[in-house]
Design a protein around this ligand. Structure first.
Ligand code: IPE
Ligand code: IPE
Ligand code: MG
Length: 233
C-alpha cells in the first residue's frame, strides 16, 4: 500500500463524484446496470484503501436529486443495488472500523431502503477508522436551504458551516471521474476551498493507484486560503 508520507499536506476529507458507469458499460456492450454494479466494486476498493492514505472522511456521490430524471428502470436498479450494497457490506464496514452515514433526502426512498440505511448506520456507528458518507437523493442547494431554514434567525456563515460540515469539516480534495468538469450540485458550500482533480478514468476502472495519484497531485498544490505563501510574506 502506498503512503502519503511524501506529500506536503494530508487530505483529511476527500469527496468523489463517481461518474462514468454508463459509459463503461456501453464500451463493453453491457447494460447500464452492469456499469453500476462495477461501480459498486470500485467503491468497495476505494473505501478499503482510503484509511491507509490518511483519509478521515470520504464523501461519495451515489445518486443526485436530479438523477430521478433518469428512466424508471435505471432508478429502480440503482435503488436495488444500493440496498444490496448495504446488505453485503455492513459487516465488513464494522470489521474495518468504517462509520457509514447516508446524506440527502430520505422521504423519497422506499421504507424498506430507509430501514436498511438506519440498520447500517446504527451497526457502524462506533467506527473510527473512516467516516464514509454516501450521498443519495442529494442536492447541495437543498442541503444549504434546509440548513438555513433550520437555523432561522441564527443563520450565519459560521453556523451554516457547522450545520453542513459538522466534525468532518470542509472538503480538501474533490475528485470527479469520467472527464466531466462540473460539480452537478454536490457539496457546494463544503468545497469553498477544495482542490479539484478531474480524471478521464471511468469510475468502474478507478483504482487505489488513481486515488494515490490524485492525493499526490493534491499534496503538491499550494493552498493559501486567500493569504500569500509564507516565503513571500
Ligand atoms: C455515475 O455514472 C452513477 C450515477 C450517476 C448514478 P453515470 O450513470 O452517470 O454514467 P455516465 O455518465 O452515463 O457514463
Ligand atoms: C452526478 O453525475 C451524480 C452522481 C455521480 C451520482 P451525473 O452523471 O448525474 O451528472 P451530470 O448529469 O453529468 O451533470
Ligand atoms: Mg454521468
Amino acid at each position: 500500500m502506498q503512503s502519503t508520507c511524501d506529500s506536503k499536506q494530508n487530505a483529511d476529507h476527500v469527496a468523489i463524484i463517481m461518474d462514468g458507469n454508463g459509459r463503461w458499460a456501453r464500451a463493453q456492450n453491457l447494460p447500464r446496470s452492469a456499469g453500476h454494479r462495477a461501480g459498486i466494486d470500485a467503491l468497495r476498493r476505494i473505501v478499503r484503501a482510503a484509511p491507509g492514505h490518511g483519509i478521515r472522511t470520504l464523501t461519495v456521490f451515489a445518486f443526485s436529486a436530479d438523477n430521478w430524471r433518469r428512466p424508471a428502470n435505471e432508478v429502480a436498479i440503482l435503488m436495488q443495488l444500493f440496498g444490496e450494497f448495504l446488505d453485503a457490506e455492513t459487516e465488513d464496514l464494522v470489521r474495518d472500523g468504517v462509520r457509514l452515514s447516508i446524506i440527502g433526502r430520505r422521504d423519497r426512498l422506499s421504507p424498506a431502503l430507509v430501514a436498511e440505511i438506519e440498520r447500517s448506520e446504527q451497526a457502524t456507528q462506533f467506527g473510527d477508522a473512516l467516516h464514509l458518507r454516501v450521498a443519495v437523493d442529494y442536492s447541495a442547494r437543498a442541503a444549504i436551504a434546509d440548513a438555513a431554514r433550520a437555523l432561522g434567525p441564527n443563520v450565519s456563515e459560521e453556523n451554516l458551516t457547522a450545520t453542513l460540515t459538522g466534525e468532518d469539516g470542509d472538503v480538501d480534495l474533490l475528485i470527479r471521474t469520467a472527464g466531466e468538469r462540473r460539480l452537478s450540485d454536490f457539496l457546494l458550500w463544503e468545497c469553498a476551498y477544495a482542490e479539484f482533480v478531474f480524471t478521464p478514468r471511468l469510475w468502474p476502472d478507478f483504482t487505489e493507484a488513481d486515488l494515490a495519484g490524485a492525493l499526490a497531485d493534491f499534496g503538491a498544490r499550494n493552498r493559501t486560503f486567500g493569504a500569500i505563501p509564507a516565503e513571500a510574506a
